[in-house]
Design a protein around this ligand. Structure first.
Ligand code: ARG
Length: 246
């Protein structure tokens, strides 16, 4: 069979062979991260990552299984084989790249700031938040968390396990600002235009990419060629328009 041929030549850790043998690719993500992965009213997973994962499974000829995991533990979960790949809008950082391999970026974003309404006009640029009087909400272990510590060292930083909890504090005016990824904050701000203000200009450079365990070049090769194909054949553009331009 195909998998026998594959395994005769491949290293023990060849995850592509395992996925084909299993007939399932297991995707790790952390839902609530709009528009990449959310749960709809019916309880189904939806979003840009979800659609790309389904395309990926189709191209491999396997089924797809989603494994929802708290962000803070998502790399350990990958490393302990709870799933095959992280498709979760993960920013490629040099630190993370010491622990996991990344495919080529599938989108580039940056950190942005959503302010409680009363600060509209008072805070004109992100740097204005670097003041001991400001209280910032971040999601634990994200690049937004890192950026807040780095760019606003004087401000007080409050960490939340979920982006929903973080965003709520700014919505109800208890905290001053939420530092998070542009696509998420853009939806958050536009859905609550009467209650928050948005500094939409990103102040960091962040390529997002799919992460896999180290030491498996075959999988990375497959992913990069898959990505090039969907980017070239219109699939990526169609899904991008569906989730980012509606
Ligand atoms: N891009 C940011 C990071 O890598 C946030 C990603 C959060 N993703 C999620 N599925 N909750 O830290």
């Amino acid at each position: 069979s195909l998998s026998l041929i594959g395994s005769a030549f491949a290293a023990d850790n060849n995850i592509l062979d395992k996925i084909i043998e299993r007939g399932v690719i297991r995707i790790g993500f952390d839902t609530g991260y709009q528009p990449f992965e959310m749960v709809n009213k019916k309880g189904d997973y939806i979003g840009f990552d979800v659609d790309l994962a389904k395309q990926m499974a189709k191209a491999m000829g396997v089924k797809v299984e989603f494994v929802n995991t708290a962000w803070d533990g998502i790399i350990p979960a990958l490393l302990t084989d709870k799933f095959d790949i992280i498709m979760a809008g993960m920013t490629v950082t040099p630190q993370r790249n010491l622990r996991v391999n990344f495919a080529d970026p599938y989108i580039v974003i940056g950190q942005t700031v959503v302010l409680r309404k009363e600060l509209a006009g008072k805070i004109k640029k992100p740097r204005d938040l670097n003041d001991a009087k400001y209280k910032l909400a971040v999601k634990l272990g994200t690049t937004g968390h890192e950026a807040a510590k780095r760019y606003f060292p004087k401000a007080e930083i409050f960490e939340f396990e979920t982006q929903d909890d973080a965003k709520l504090e700014v919505l109800n005016g208890k905290l001053d600002a939420f530092v998070y990824d542009l696509p998420y904050n853009s939806i958050f701000a536009s859905q609550n235009a009467d209650r928050v203000a948005f500094l939409s200009e990103p102040f960091t450079y962040e390529p997002l990419a799919w992460a896999v365990r180290r030491g498996d070049e075959d999988f990375i090769n497959w992913l990069n060629n898959f990505l090039r194909q969907v980017k070239g054949d219109g699939t990526y553009d169609r899904l991008y328009a569906k989730w980012f331009e509606s």
